[in-house]
Design a protein around this ligand. Structure first.
Ligand code: SAM
Ligand code: SF4
Length: 401
């Protein structure tokens, strides 16, 4: 298991070397100065090596700095429940993994984590869960959202990641106080999607896209993303993913390497996967390219990146990410929210995670936006009516519910 704590000089030296190496080289990068990258440009850049690779990362860093600044925003991650009605072939908490012990946090545990986020100036939380659409679950989440809003006097921003729901449910949760929602498309390639999921009505590609539309209609800042290095996935498909995310005009993104899990159907393809380090490298390029394509969205530096490379999230920040999600799930539950093998930080208390991350982000040349919601600038521009949503940091405008 990889520890989250700062583990020695070697890692620091490696991180500093990475910072130096992404400075723009003198070589002209014609491709990168194009205003619109095509599918074939994206393929070239996903395959980039040497100077082109360096220039890609440098260009993404430059765009990030220019368009959204060098601040990183914290979202305290609460892994609410691993009870799931779905059976995605890649995921360790899928319904048919009977080896995992199922749990759901109590209201008190969620409120305690929310209070921790508030006390530690995180300003936002993400509540993530297995997918359920029964009334009890929907009511519970609605009630919890109201309690969190009350506890924080509307100062905590709330992101949800609870899978596909009806438009009515999205509306109810939005009304109750959630204002961002993460729903990855996983892959924009319909054929690949069907190889990653059972072929039934609850794992339907079109329904997933329709959910993304419903989230937009409900007024959320909408996040999506893909897994990188999946079995059967090609570079062409990843290039298409980037264009898809641009096309549907997401406000936020969360992308990271696919990591195999023994108790899942995809595990049998482990021998055919790219080596983990290559999956990580591709993930960094995907982040950098998305930053170039969508200059003012929020992009998360995901935990899966840290699973492969202990400095993974910091490297992701250096090439375009601006959001990080320290884990606030009570430690006793973390073992049971293992979506994949070797998930990091499963035994570190939130306090340890916080101080470790703070130091790492400074090394990566970024600042932390303490007490700021750090909402997607892209969303603010596409949704100029502040009465429609609670998108705005309460400190900058007094129009939050
Ligand atoms: N159940 C909700 C959903 O699926 O949208 C939210 C929670 S789900 C665990 C969050 C994300 O975990 C998924 O969208 C998927 O991309 C990611 N994930 C699941 N299994 C993974 C794996 N083996 N490797 C990397 N990411 C994985
Ligand atoms: Fe459930 Fe989400 Fe895992 Fe699919 S990815 S099995 S919906 S928790």
């Amino acid at each position: 298991m990889i520890s989250c704590s700062i583990s020695g000089r070697v890692l620091w030296v490696e991180l500093i070397t990475f910072v130096k190496n992404i400075a723009m080289t003198d070589q002209t990068a014609t491709l990168l100065s194009k205003s619109d990258l095509t599918h074939s440009d994206l393929i070239t850049l996903l395959n980039a090596q040497g100077d082109l690779r360096k220039n890609l990362f440098a260009r993404a860093a430059e765009i990030k700095n220019k368009c959204i600044g060098n601040k990183v925003y914290f979202r305290g991650l609460i892994e609410y429940s691993n009870i799931c009605s779905k059976n995605c072939y890649y995921c360790g908490v899928r319904r048919e993994n009977h080896k995992v012990e199922r749990y759901q946090l109590t209201d008190e545990e969620v409120l305690e984590a929310a209070q921790f986020a508030l006390d530690n100036h995180f300003a936002s939380i993400v509540i993530q869960s297995g997918e359920r659409s029964d009334h009890k679950f929907i009511d519970t989440i609605e009630r919890l959202l109201c309690k969190i809003k009350k506890l924080s006097d509307s100062r905590l921003g709330i992101t949800l990641s609870m899978g596909e729901q009806t438009e009515e449910t999205y509306n109810r949760w939005f009304e109750a106080g959630a204002h961002r929602y993460l729903l990855r498309i996983e892959t924009s390639d319909r054929e690949l999607y069907s190889k990653l999921h059972p072929n039934d009505s609850i794992h339907d590609f079109d329904a997933r896209i329709e959910s993304l539309r419903a989230l937009r209609r409900a007024g959320y800042q909408v996040g999506s993303g893909v897994m990188i290095g999946l079995p059967f996935q090609t570079i062409e498909s990843l290039a298409h993913d980037l264009l898809f995310l641009k096309e549907i005009d997401i406000d936020m993104a969360g992308m990271g390497p696919f990591i195999e899990h023994k108790e899942t159907p995809l595990y049998k393809y482990t021998g055919q996967l790219l080596p983990r380090q290559e999956r990580f490298e591709l993930s960094l390029k995907m982040v950098a390219l998305l930053r170039i394509l969508m200059k003012n969205i929020n992009i998360a530096a995901t935990t899966a990146m840290q699973t492969i490379d202990p400095q993974g999230r910091e490297k992701s920040i250096m090439v375009g990410s601006n959001v990080i999600m320290p884990n606030l799930t009570p430690v006793k539950y973390r073992e049971n929210y293992k979506l994949y093998e070797d998930k990091p930080c499963i035994d570190e208390e939130a306090e340890q995670c916080r101080s470790c991350l703070e130091a790492r982000i400074h090394i990566a040349g970024n600042e932390i936006g303490w007490d700021e919601w750090g909402d997607s600038k892209h969303f603010a521009l596409r949704m100029p009516d502040p009465d429609k949503v609670q998108l705005v940091d309460p400190k900058s405008i007094n129009k939050v519910k």
